[in-house]
Design a protein around this ligand. Sequence first.
Ligand SMILES: Cc1cc2nc3c(=O)[nH]c(=O)nc-3n(C[C@H](O)[C@H](O)[C@H](O)COP(=O)(O)O)c2cc1C
Length: 142
Amino acid sequence: MTVVNVLYQSRTGNTEKVAEAIAEVCGVKAADINKPNNITGSDLLFVGMGIYNGKPDNFLLDYLDQLPANTIKGAALFSTSGRGTDQMELAVNLLEHKGIQIYPKHLLLKGSVLFFNKGKPGEAELNEAREFAGEVLAAFNY
Ligand SMILES: Cc1cc2nc3c(=O)[nH]c(=O)nc-3n(C[C@H](O)[C@H](O)[C@H](O)COP(=O)(O)O)c2cc1C
């Protein structure tokens, strides 16, 4: 059986919404990395993150760093930072370093912050996330 997991780190709830849309397509429940989970391995792992001061939250980076090698085959990354996928680079590098095959396109959606991007992610962004999930599942033949 193929095991797909959706993990996310979200301080203000934007990434959580996107993670839930992706998880729904995968037929699983999204898991907040700040809460205990019983994920032991994944054929495909979706990893979602907010970006804070130019990088993912340290808790997410530590979490990814501590994942045992060989428990994850493929990964796809997404963010609601809205300002460039290069800010996800530290997370990408940690996973790549473990020999995990990373889906080449990272999903970048807008998320509300202060007075900007009000109401986002909204239905349009969540639909984009659902499409992305379908695309990734197909690419990994799941
Ligand atoms: C304290 C703080 C710092 C942020 N710094 C950045 C940043 O450097 N680059 C960026 O693109 N977005 C930045 N953002 C925007 C967040 O990445 C965006 O609001 C994202 O949707 C937050 O995800 P979350 O709601 O899942 O926590 C920042 C937001 C906050 C609250």
